[in-house]
Design a protein around this ligand. Structure first.
Ligand SMILES: [Zn+2]
Length: 197
């Protein structure tokens, strides 16, 4: 009888460890929130999707590629640099050139960065998410939507205008999803054409 008692005592401990597993998993998820493990200076990420007549591009870039720094724009010089970058980014047809026959027109642009105010980015409404804790690095996220009258005539998206405007980009990793094609493309200055089919 006596010999069984130690093993019986272990049962509550086992139950406790099992019960605490979900809590541990949630903690880990929280720790990773807001981190950018793929933040590499010079490298941008671009998701391109064509659905019906809507072409959407999502650019995720270290802020340094676009303005040369990743801190809040406090000086007049910094603000001017950001305004010039925003002006370029909002010229969607120049940043992301499409086939003329497809008749794509920019419909919406949304820019967001944890260290820059929505007003400076030309946004009318405040960003929905709270500013992330600044670890010295910051990204800029851009959503670009174009509506194409003849999406069937869309063969390529030319990103050379973006490379020309922002020499901070050494490479852009593209993820592509169209009805005809899915996959990854790597763009570099001088080779900046995304084939869509
Ligand atoms: Zn950085």
């Amino acid at each position: 009888m006596f010999r069984f008692r130690p093993s019986l005592r272990l049962i509550p401990l086992v139950l406790l460890s099992v019960a605490s597993l979900p809590a541990l998993a949630a903690d880990e998820g929280h720790d990773h929130h807001g981190n950018h493990p793929a933040h590499v200076h010079g490298v941008g990420k671009l998701d391109v999707a064509l659905e019906g007549n809507t072409l959407t591009l999502h650019l995720d870039s270290p802020l340094i590629n676009l303005v040369g720094f990743e801190h809040a724009a406090s000086s007049g010089k910094d603000k001017d640099t950001v305004r010039a970058a925003v002006k370029n980014l909002r010229e969607v047809n120049r940043m992301f050139a499409t086939d003329a026959a497809a008749q794509c027109k920019p419909a919406e642009v949304q820019l967001e960065s944890a260290v820059l105010t929505p007003a400076l980015l030309g946004e009318k409404t405040p960003a929905s998410s709270a500013p992330a804790p600044n670890d010295g690095h910051a990204d800029l996220d851009g959503d670009f939507t174009l509506v194409c009258a003849s999406p069937g005539a869309l063969n390529t998206v030319d990103v050379s205008g973006l490379f020309a405007a922002f020499p901070g980009f050494q490479r852009i990793d593209v993820q592509l999803a169209t009805p005809k094609k899915q996959g990854a493309v790597q763009l570099v200055p001088g080779s900046a054409l995304i084939p869509l089919n």
